[in-house]
Ligand binder design. Sequence first.
Ligand SMILES: NC(=O)c1ccc[n+]([C@@H]2O[C@H](COP(=O)([O-])OP(=O)(O)OC[C@H]3O[C@@H](n4cnc5c(N)ncnc54)[C@H](OP(=O)(O)O)[C@@H]3O)[C@@H](O)[C@H]2O)c1
Length: 255
Amino acid sequence: MQKPQWRVVWITGASTGIGAALALALARRGCGVAISARSAPDLGDLACQAQGLRGELWPYPLDVTDAAACSATLDRIEAEHGAVELAILNAGTHRALTPETFEVAAFEALMQLNYMGVVNAAVPLLARMRSVGGGQLAITASVAGYRGLPTASGYGASKAALINFAEALKLDLADTGIVVSLINPGFVRTPLTDRNRFSMPFLLEPEDAAARIIRGLQRHRFEIAFPWRFVLGLKLFRLLPYWLYFPLVRRITRA
Ligand SMILES: NC(=O)c1ccc[n+]([C@@H]2O[C@H](COP(=O)([O-])OP(=O)(O)OC[C@H]3O[C@@H](n4cnc5c(N)ncnc54)[C@H](OP(=O)(O)O)[C@@H]3O)[C@@H](O)[C@H]2O)c1
């Protein structure tokens, strides 16, 4: 039987949605996957679903906004299973914010989870990966981080920060043997997008998203962005001058 590409993987935000689909897909390929999220029962249920697959899921409940807990969880995973060869820092949430209801606390919560939640795990992970001379680190941001979008002043800003963080890491870690990937999904059907009341173009199922992400990680791609037609459109928007960008986005998002 073929050996899995990664013996030990760590996924945060693994209890539902994209993270859960990734965990099951990797277990099917024979990987051992440490799964983290806050809900221990959800992680336990997911680990049961993986029974009978080639690999295993190991629950490690964790709140990624707690930096000390991230570091301690990594210590436990490595003590119990060995060095993490691939980490997918994926925990995150979305909240639409409108100026009529702005609260500082809402911006702070999005930044603490979406941005600092990644940093809290990435810092100890990178120290470990540097000490063993390699590893793969993937960060889930979003195409919503490419440019400012309506109601996304909190979410989009946290994802833009992640995109910048991943780009800088890619440069800083170029000679270390550590491979950095940036995952920028379009719309994927998960509990996070189930709350959306607008039509979501090119909506993908989480299993499809997971397969695309794993393919990109196997190829050591820096940006893993999908679906390509949606991504291409948004990347072209990135090139537009403001005088064209703002009226166009207003027209499209009002339609
Ligand atoms: N779905 C999309 O269309 C889409 C598009 C672009 C980017 N993304 C990004 O993809 C990632 C996964 O999203 P999803 O759509 O799969 O959403 P989801 O189903 O809501 O999954 C979010 C995961 O994060 C965990 N989580 C939330 N707060 C946490 C915390 N403080 N500490 C640890 N884990 C926490 C949740 O579990 P607990 O609540 O039990 O902690 C859950 O496992 C997010 O970063 C999201 O921004 C999603």
